[in-house]
Design a protein around this ligand. Structure first.
Ligand SMILES: [Zn+2]
Length: 392
């Protein structure tokens, strides 16, 4: 067990939460139920660092990583999500003048953010991600964007020039976070005009809302606002802005490299004492919340209720595997058509389209992210369905 914080190097992480035998990936497409049920599992022991506020999986095994083109994480089929993404692009173009610039995106997924940013700002882009799949979407910028199907590495990709480095929902998948941000700083070198924009989930909300479905194997690193700011300041950056977005679910940060030897002036969120208390109450209360869900599923099953979850991504996988749901659940619904007909790692539930619910007629729909509740209610009503909707 690694008790040293990978975010600041302090020894003596405090164990706050533990789950065993969980699937090591949540977004890989499983072609058969058997493949999904026999998917490799690992353990997660969440260790909190009292020095920087970061938390990590102390038993994370990087050799379990299997990111590939079978990794399907796209969320932009939701108008709520794509609207949020477009607002971020507005901000980069309007506030930071990202026009006719060179953009590098580390962990670009299927490239939809980079392509839109390059389309609207007439920028040139390089996206790096082992899960990139060509030919999705219809963007004018496709000819100005190049994609590299690899995991980002200093050796192979540090010579790509960048006016803007984007990194969204990637750092939480990286265990040595300090080493990673330090590498980004090194590759920028003397190009002090380079802007770095990074986005990740906010773990303070997870603790406060007892959102155990947001803790899973793929995420080996968990940040609060202060932990993220401390990381950037300790790696030779000045923080320009640090805020929360998407219904306060995400942390967003903009930073610029500092010349060597120059100290940052940004004042960090002094949240350690507050976070420590929240972490403690999460550790005490999370098992009770999990048991509560187990009881609800039992009672629905007893009453013959047809129950589905809406959202077959990581939250859905973690929700079902942590509670230990089997036949009590009918299906997992997702609006991403690339997921339909595949099976969820761990529990083996089939991922179906929203339209298939017309036939299934569920009594209960569990919404895996409350921010989509209105969008989902409208879609269900459009199909003549009015099941009980519960946001977890
Ligand atoms: Zn630390």
């Amino acid at each position: 067990m690694n008790t040293t914080c990978p975010n600041c190097g302090t020894d003596g992480l405090e164990k706050v939460y533990e789950i065993s035998d969980i699937p090591t990936h949540s977004c890989l497409l499983m072609e058969t139920r058997e493949e999904a049920l026999s998917f490799p599992t690992g353990d997660l022991v969440l260790g909190w660092c009292g020095s920087c506020g970061h938390a990590s999986n102390m038993v994370f095994d990087i050799s379990m990583n299997a990111y590939s083109t079978k990794y399907e994480e796209v969320q932009t089929f939701s108008p709520v999500f794509s609207g949020f993404q477009s607002e971020l692009i507005d901000r980069l173009i309007e506030k930071h003048g990202v026009r006719e610039k060179q953009v590098v995106e580390i962990g670009c997924g299927k490239g939809e953010f980079l392509l839109e940013l390059c389309d609207r700002g007439n920028n040139t882009g390089v996206g790096i991600d082992p899960s990139f799949v060509p030919g999705r979407g219809d963007w004018n910028s496709q000819g100005r964007c190049r994609f590299i199907n690899e995991i980002y590495s200093a050796e192979r990709h540090s010579d790509i020039p960048a006016d803007l480095v984007v990194c969204r929902h990637t750092l939480e998948h990286i265990y040595p976070t300090h080493e990673f941000i330090q590498t980004v700083r090194k590759t920028i070198g003397d190009n002090l005009g380079t802007l770095v924009f990074l986005e990740i989930p906010d773990q303070q909300r997870v603790y406060t809302e007892r959102a155990f479905w947001d803790i899973y194997y793929e995420h080996c690193s968990y940040f609060t606002q202060g932990a993220l700011e401390r990381l950037f300041l300790s790696c030779g950056f000045e923080v320009l802005s640090s805020w929360k977005g998407f219904g306060d679910q995400y942390l967003l940060i903009e930073a610029r490299p500092l010349p060597e030897g120059q100290a940052p002036t940004f004042r960090v969120q002094e949240d350690l004492e507050e976070i420590q208390a929240i972490v403690k109450s999460f550790a005490e209360d999370a098992p009770r919340v999990v048991r509560g869900w187990q009881e609800r599923f039992k009672s629905w099953h007893r009453d013959g209720k047809r129950v589905v979850i809406w959202g077959a991504g990581s939250k859905g996988v973690a929700f079902l595997t942590t509670i230990g749901v089997g036949d009590e659940l009918g299906h997992a619904v997702d609006i991403n058509p690339h997921k339909h007909g595949y099976f969820m790692p761990g529990t083996g539930h089939e991922v179906v389209s929203p339209e298939s619910l017309v036939q299934y007629a569920p009594d209960v729909v569990l919404v895996m992210n409350g921010i989509y509740e209105d969008e989902i209610r409208r879609q269900l009503a459009g199909m003549g369905l009015e099941p009980q909707l519960i946001s977890v």
